[in-house]
Ligand binder design. Sequence first.
Ligand SMILES: NC(=O)N[C@@H](CC(=O)O)C(=O)O
Ligand SMILES: [Zn+2]
Length: 436
Amino acid sequence: MLLLKDVWVVDPGQKLSSPQSVLVKEGKILAMASTMSEEEVHSQAQEETIETINGEGKFLFPGLIDVHTHLREPGQEDKEDILSGSRAAVRGGFTTILAMANTQPVIDKRALAEFVRLQGVRAGYAQVLPIGTVTKGMQGEELVEMADMKEGGVAAFSDDGKNIQNGEVMRLALEYAKLTGLPIISHCEDKYLAGDGFMRRGIAAGRMGLKGIPASAESVIVSRDLILAEETGGKLHLAHISTAESVDLIRRAKARGVNVSAEVNPHHLIFCDEDIHLTDTSLKVNPPLSSKEDRAALIDGLRDGTIDMIATDHAPHTQAEKARPFAEAPFGIASLETALSAVYQHLVLTGKLTWERVIEAWSYLPAQRFGLKGGTLTPGSAADMVLFDPAYQEVIEPGNLVSKARNTPFLGQTLQGFPVMVWVGGRLVQENRRVL
Ligand SMILES: NC(=O)N[C@@H](CC(=O)O)C(=O)O
Ligand SMILES: [Zn+2]
């Protein structure tokens, strides 16, 4: 039995943000109270021994749930595998991650989904839930066997990495996915408008002489998918929203009652196109970093709930690939181990977002929208928990990272505020920044 004493609990699912004492027994939250006398604790514990952790000055919140993580297994294990990725997850405060389907081969069959799920179980860190592709071979043409894939454990369907260009295929996907109750996650990018650009079209791209991707490449497809979700009633989730125009479209669709949710990635909230340098590919990502005005609209959208959740889009790549010239390096930022601290430091400490909203957006709402267990510390729920020390500082160095990837813009920088203990189902998996 575990007692976390005098810890500041942030649990939006219970509308709670206050000092509490929390009792954990047999992998579950047993009780929580603002004051707990010795007698009460002992009566709950009965004969058991009690391990007490003093939580003063720290936060406790439900483990984060990341709905957009690329783990690269099967097929590209030199970038990341399910073991290294799920270790990186718990180091960063994530207890459940949804693994994107753009592996090699892509996850378009039940057996493949089961493989990903089982590799997650074998690893024994964060819970790994597979995402299946929407179309066979991720070719954008023929739908996968959705009901069968659900039996195999997929939590959603997505051709992420690619957009489904054919509107009729997207309409059918939204229609058929209703039978499973699972969302279709859309990577909104019109490939013809995006062309072969490397960063957001605008003044910064012009100054560097880099070919730009217009904001419309995203918003045209956001618009199409919102219309199709409205027509079909299908459950739509929009990945990595990055422009003011998209936020506006989603806001208006939600006002009409469209069945849509949206996510934003930490890098789009923290950086903008002006931060990109030709000699540093760590900020080369898709969708590209947008303008300062877009960034402000994304933060506003997250504050008012137009954008429901935060997701990392952890996209690990090898150093050799990222060392190529800007135009040739792959798109993607590895972020599981830095994302929460970066958001805490750059958005919470600066007063742009409340800590409560961040936890709601990264734990409670992902659980609600994707129909997952977790996302709250309500008594009876699994003890997937994060103890977060707001004063803990760490230099982001290759030697500290447990992910195989090093493609983070924070390399060499000091971040403040880190998970210092993480439990999955009551089992301690990270302590003092070391994965156990
Ligand atoms: N975001 C990225 O820049 N890259 C992702 C693909 C994706 O999420 O679209 C990847 O798989 O590397
Ligand atoms: Zn994507």
